[in-house]
Design a protein around this ligand. Sequence first.
Ligand code: TXA
Ligand code: MG
Length: 326
Amino acid sequence: MRIVNASSENIAKAAEMLTSGQLVAFPTETVYGLGANACDDDAIRAVYKAKGRPSHNPLIIHVHNMAQAMQYAEFSDLAKNVASQFWPGPLTLVLKAKPDNGISELATAGLDTIAIRCPAHPVANAIIKRANLPIAAPSANASGSLSPTRPIHVKDSLGNNVPFIIADGACGIGLESTVLDLSCDKPALLRYGGVTEDDLEPVTGALGAHTDDNEKPRSPGQLSKHYAPRTPVRLNAVDVKKGEALLAFGSVKFMGVEGGGAAVDLPDNAIRNLSKSQDLHEAAVNLFSMLHELDQFDHVGIAVMNVPDVGIGKAINDRLFRATIK
Ligand code: TXA
Ligand code: MG
């Protein structure tokens, strides 16, 4: 496995590798993706294998612009409108697939819909454009574990299962894209993410309830256990129990540690602050990387302070909740 910078030579090499059926990890504005040619059954099989991902959980198809997306999916007027306002960006649209669109049925898990997104990250966009292919790209981590927001997370999670990693620092949003289902009569949010309900509703009208039905999730990937560190996570903490690490949000001045002491005095390996100034966007950027960091030590648990459930805070709380499920 090689980790390389995002030079134009390496972007060209990545595009070549994708065209020849190999896997390439690359940065997007949300999280790092594990890319494969979406038309190539063998490449898609390799993605599921590298991640240890169940094959009934379909992949997001990445494109470099709207015109490319229209080759694979049916765009209603609403879908065109939404895409023109939010693309390129952290929004995935679930749309009716065009018949005979060339996309591997393994990538869409045999559904008659397709999840499609145009990433805003210039490196992702350049690779897709250069390859001139639809690129299936799930998050570049082993299935069920924390998503990667830095190249090192990809390396640690996938190791030699990914031959080539294009590195370009930390992801600017830090949480996966919002998944919006426009394939049914009523638009529905299937996954909270970088684009919020408040952003979408002026364009889409009221959104259907976010489904959390494990029996029959509308988005097969929304099974509860997901995004989990090894260390148990405890939410809405107002103190720190013995042996726990603290994932703070805002001031910890008045937070105590069981058995005596104050959270401010915790050793460096036992405390991270998502955002001292209570900025939810900063907290989103830090969420996965701070969980990754705290997970490297043998803490008995990670106590997480309350994060307000507004705006992108809903996406943060969704990931935190899933991190508590073993
Ligand atoms: O931000 C992102 O979306 C990242 C980057 C790399 O672009 N990708 C990502 O992919 O998060 P992944 O595979 O980790 O998540 C894809 C989600 C899953 O929850 C999956 O079930 C859902 O999209 N999905 C894919 N196709 C679908 C479909 N046809 N209908 C409903 N949900 C679908
Ligand atoms: Mg994922």
